[in-house]
Design a protein around this ligand. Structure first.
Ligand code: SF4
Length: 471
């Protein structure tokens, strides 16, 4: 990674301040939180697994949505210099080289964290802190059934599981397991966690700097609109607010959202607004991956957003790059180029549409790991395409920034690093079984939607057939 002069020094200084409290101290445990209100789970930050929020005493002290007994124990460990096991992600990075900058340092350096360092250490450890960075999911209602998603996140997938049972390849999401692990979602109209959230809100809102609403599909949840109406009446000029949407909601719903949010942004009632949506490739193949999506309508809704919203508003397209993204990704990138070119920040060359491309890890039988090495050239040629539209290229009208290109580079590097072994062959068999079952349930035909993957699919089938024939 190239270092920016002055930047590393800042992180070194933050590291020294944190380490003067303790070498395991991290402000994210105090000031950042994700809360899944549909099943009463929380974590601070997103690396440790979620844990359950107790309902006992929640109505009297709704800040327990963040300040759980368990979390207070983890904070105490941090203050005492003991590394919480749940933060392994950071310890591995810090242990692999003494100069490494882990998320412990990066997150604690943020403007929602660092100014509160003294406050965090001067208050008693059982103090109920308000988060300054909050991500919340109000419910699991969603009209999409994305192939990599699960029933506690989408009500449509939950409905499918109730009708047909779970997919054998996803035993962790059987309804029985969801009940045992506390993931099974509560009914949206009678949810004590949502009630506690709104009881906490008047106190919580005073310290909030970042607020992000996820789902389910947030634009199908009345609590999203309740928040927007609150902001409209009670401006929060220091708040950065973001929301996710699948952009497949009814037009009337989307228009109500746009009318309200554009009014809020235009009158500076929030500091900044970010809009996230998801799409993984082009056309019918994107619709197969994100069941419920209408590709053309999606593109039209992106245009509608960029046309109606003030010109300083951006939209971030999240592409969860998976094995099925590969064949038609170039066509999608061509559409992105058109959109980027049509919508730039007023008076600048900066496109108002950005790509984020995390690659899919779970379920692994849908990840790039199932593909054979011959697909590498396809992915590489898409990377080349992105680079041809970068500021360094000869084109005068650049479209993709370094961050977007590096995400694609990471995908190529990861795919190149994969070794062919028996675990990948097992994944291909799982993939074949999963797709056959999915096509049966949803009345789809994988091979007609993905003609480019016909021989790959045959290879997966042959692996399954060979297994069945062998004694
Ligand atoms: S130490 Fe790392 S994993 Fe733990 S809360 Fe901080 S950033 Fe997250």
């Amino acid at each position: 990674m190239t270092s920016i002069p002055g930047f590393i020094n800042f992180h070194d200084e933050v590291k020294a301040s944190l380490n003067s409290v303790s070498p395991s101290f991290c402000l994210a445990k105090w000031y950042q939180v994700t809360i899944h209100l549909q099943n009463g789970l929380t974590h601070s930050c997103h690396h440790p697994p979620t844990h359950k929020i107790s309902l006992e005493g929640l109505q009297e002290n709704p800040s327990q949505l963040h300040n759980t007994e368990y979390k207070k124990e983890q904070r105490l460990l941090m203050l005492q210099g003991t590394r919480p096991k749940e933060c392994d992600y950071c310890w591995k990075i810090e242990d692999s080289h003494p100069d490494n900058i882990s998320d412990r340092i990066l997150k604690s350096s943020e403007d929602w964290a660092l100014p509160h360092l003294q406050d965090a250490i001067s208050k008693p450890v059982d103090f109920n802190f308000n988060p300054t960075y909050l991500e919340v999911s109000f419910g699991h209602t969603c009209n999409f059934k994305c192939i990599y998603c699960s029933p506690h996140i989408s009500s449509s997938i939950l409905g499918e599981y109730q009708k047909y049972g779970h997919y054998k390849q996803m035993p962790n999401f059987s309804l029985e397991t969801l009940r045992k692990t506390g993931l099974y979602p509560l009914p949206e109209d009678n949810n004590p966690y949502v009630e506690a959230f709104w009881n906490w809100w008047p106190s919580l809102v005073q310290d909030l700097k970042y607020f992000r609403i996820t789902g389910g599909e947030p634009l199908l949840n009345k609590n999203t609109f309740k928040f927007l109406e609150f902001i409209d009446e009670n401006p929060m000029p220091n708040l950065t607010f973001s929301v996710n949407s699948n952009l497949g909601i009814p037009d009337s719903q989307f228009e109500s959202f746009l009318n309200l949010v554009s009014k809020i942004v235009a009158s500076n009632k929030v500091k900044h607004f970010e809009f996230y949506t998801s799409i993984d490739t082009f056309g019918a193949q994107a619709e197969y991956i994100r069941d419920g999506l209408n590709y053309e309508k999606f593109i039209l809704n992106v245009r509608k957003f960029l046309t109606i919203m003030p010109s300083n508003c951006k939209i971030i397209l999240m592409c969860t790059y998976n094995a099925l993204s590969v064949p038609n990704f170039r066509n999608f990138l061509e559409d992105v180029c058109i959109l980027k070119n049509d919508f730039r920040e007023e008076g600048t060359r900066y496109p108002r549409l950005m790509l984020d491309m995390p690659y899919l890890r779970h379920p692994s039988f849908l990840s790039l790991a199932i593909l054979t090495p011959d697909f590498k050239s396809v992915i590489e040629s898409d990377l080349k395409f992105l680079k041809s539209k970068s500021p360094e290229s000869s084109v005068s009208e650049w479209l993709f920034i370094e961050h977007e290109i590096s995400k694609m580079e990471r995908i190529v590097n990861w795919f190149t690093s994969l070794k062919e072994d028996s675990s990948r062959r097992d994944l291909r068999k799982e993939f074949y079984h999963y797709i056959c079952e999915l096509d049966k349930r949803r009345g789809r035909d994988f091979q007609s939607v993905f003609p480019e993957l016909k021989s790959f699919f045959q290879l997966c089938k042959d692996l399954v057939d060979n297994d069945e024939q062998s004694p």
